[in-house]
Design a protein around this ligand. Structure first.
Ligand SMILES: Cc1cc2nc3c(=O)[nH]c(=O)nc-3n(C[C@H](O)[C@H](O)[C@H](O)COP(=O)(O)OP(=O)(O)OC[C@H]3O[C@@H](n4cnc5c(N)ncnc54)[C@H](O)[C@@H]3O)c2cc1C
Length: 488
């Protein structure tokens, strides 16, 4: 039986899909007091470790969102990697660099379902909810509104919304109905088994990876569970039962004492590298895997979706058409770069017969920047290292009225922040204003000098940080009018 419930398009945002992307977007909107509905086709939370690597930039997003403690409690930072060759030779990685401007320098391993669980819990605290068992079936749009048909079992509901965001993953119904091409290729020959299971006979202190002539097999402990994530390229195997997984492990590791049992989740990854031709069609946006899919090599997919949502959230809250245009122009080139990176790392994997474990500025996503965006404005010399559009560096050791803080402690919450480096307010300590709201200025002292080293200010520099932690404007000339104009 079908029942129609027509409602007026008063709902500001409808989000389809409650994976990491949809949940991050929902939290972003909820903390800004924007009304939304978040519908999810599956009947309940999805199992599966899937994207188990959170990159340093995503950790900063989660810090800003206020969920970092729970993420870290369920994860392991800088998991040692043990790469074992047939002759027993063992090498390791990854390496990372401790820097004052980077609070979370290493990748955190945690099952993707834990990330989703944490975001759902936070959403609940913010007053939001996931409508499980509700799929977006179709939509139409006019100049003023989107009208979507939602299905829960045999019930349908027609919903009006000002904006629709597809966070539906690679098979996005919205992308297809919007007629947005998903350009790229699928190579059915490249497939990988992924499973969450219990393992006897190896320690949980490292991610174990064995390589041999045939290929590789990997077992990564999943923090906050008793399980490991099993990964192995499929080389002709058809049955993916436990016995087959065990045979692959025995053959590729050369060991017989490592025993697999109790598989809780199994999936097959197929090589699919595609990028949506557009991220926006009128009142409809694509984010996360709905907009870009690629190999897991380099651990980028979930992270890129989280950052799509972080970029889009504050712009949707502002609901300014010009601002919303910058979502595609800023994020699509980033995804194009991620596709290149993961394809290159996949080729490396094939050559090295292992998962590429190199962690660098590209994989951490700390070097993602929006230089050249219409939202990036500065009057700095071309030779300056830090420019508008760059990720705003963190700085520890700031003396504030409430004790010692990092810059990221002061910018948490996702508002615009103005760093006013001059003029001096007293003769002994260099002071500046952090202004979250123009009426509430805090004086803080850069006691350890980290802020000055990160931002290289003149005595007049103004730096305006965007709500998503990128530098919107730098004026070394101290041009307040430029700041006011930016915020208009
Ligand atoms: C083996 C493997 C390893 C990976 N490793 C990493 C890694 O280390 N790091 C990393 O960053 N990424 C990794 N990824 C990729 C990562 O899992 C994905 O990029 C991530 O899940 C994308 O999140 P998303 O929210 O955009 O989409 P999804 O997680 O696919 O979520 C989409 C959601 O939308 C729902 N949905 C679909 N259609 C509808 C509809 N019409 N209406 C309502 N709901 C709908 C689905 O049920 C689903 O819950 C890996 C993936 C795999 C398979």
């Amino acid at each position: 039986m079908s029942q129609e419930n027509l409602s007026a398009p008063e709902l500001p945002v409808l989000i389809a899909g409650a994976g990491p992307t949809g949940l991050t977007l929902a939290c972003e909107l909820a903390r800004r007091g924007v009304e939304f509905r978040l519908v999810e086709a599956s009947p309940g939370p999805r199992p599966g470790s899937r994207g188990k690597g959170l990159q340093p930039r995503s950790l900063e997003v989660f810090d800003n969102l206020g969920v970092i403690d729970r993420i870290l409690a369920n994860g392991r930072s800088a998991m040692p990697i043990r790469l074992i060759d047939p002759d027993g030779r063992t090498s390791g990685g990854p390496t990372y660099e401790e820097r004052p401007d980077v609070p979370y320098p290493a990748t955190v391993i945690t099952p993707q379902w834990r990330v989703e669980e944490t975001l759902r819990r936070h959403l609940d605290e913010l007053g939001g909810t996931v409508e499980f068992g509700t799929a977006l079936e179709s939509f139409e749009q006019s100049a003023d509104a989107v009208t979507a048909v939602l299905r829960s079992g045999d019930q349908t509901e027609t919903v009006g919304a000002q904006w629709l965001v597809s966070c539906e993953g690679g098979r996005s119904v919205v992308r297809k109905q919007a007629g947005i091409a998903f350009e790229g290729e699928t190579d059915e020959r490249i497939r990988m088994i992924v499973a969450d299971l219990a393992v006897d006979g190896i320690d949980r202190d490292a991610w174990h990876m064995w390589r041999c002539e045939e290929g590789f097999v990997s077992l990564c402990p999943l923090p906050s569970t008793e399980l490991f994530q099993y990964q192995a390229p499929i080389l002709g195997e058809t049955d993916l039962d436990l016995a087959t997984l065990q045979t692959i492990l025995d053959r590729r590791s050369g060991r017989s004492d490592v025993r697999l049992r109790s598989p809780e989740w199994t999936s097959v990854w197929r090589s699919n590298t595609r990028l949506a031709a557009r991220y926006r069609n009128g009142r409809v946006f694509l984010a996360g895997d709905a907009a870009h899919v690629h190999s897991p090599a380099g651990g980028q997919g979930m992270n890129t979706g989280i950052q799509d949502a972080h970029n889009l959230g504050w712009k949707l809250a502002a609901a300014s058409p010009a601002l919303l245009d910058t979502y595609e122009s800023e994020r699509r080139p980033i995804a194009a770069g991620v596709l290149q990176l993961s394809t290159a790392r996949m080729a490396e994997a094939a050559k090295q017969r292992s998962i590429p474990i190199r962690s660098d500025r590209a994989t951490t996503q700390l070097s993602v920047n929006y230089r050249g965006s219409v939202l990036a404005r500065d009057d700095r010399a071309d030779s300056a290292q830090l420019r508008a559009g760059d990720r705003a560096p963190d700085a520890p050791g700031l003396t504030t009225a409430t004790g010692e803080r990092r810059l990221f402690d002061l910018t948490r919450g996702g508002q615009f922040t103005l760093l006013n480096f001059g003029p001096r307010f007293d003769s002994t300590v260099r002071t500046f204003h952090v202004v979250a709201h123009p009426s509430a200025a805090d004086e803080i002292a850069d006691s350890a000098g980290h802020l000055a080293r990160a931002y290289s200010p003149t005595e007049r520099t103004l730096v305006l940080l965007r709500p998503d932690g990128y530098i919107g404007l730098i004026s070394d000339a101290g041009d307040f009018a430029a700041v006011t104009e930016y915020l208009l």
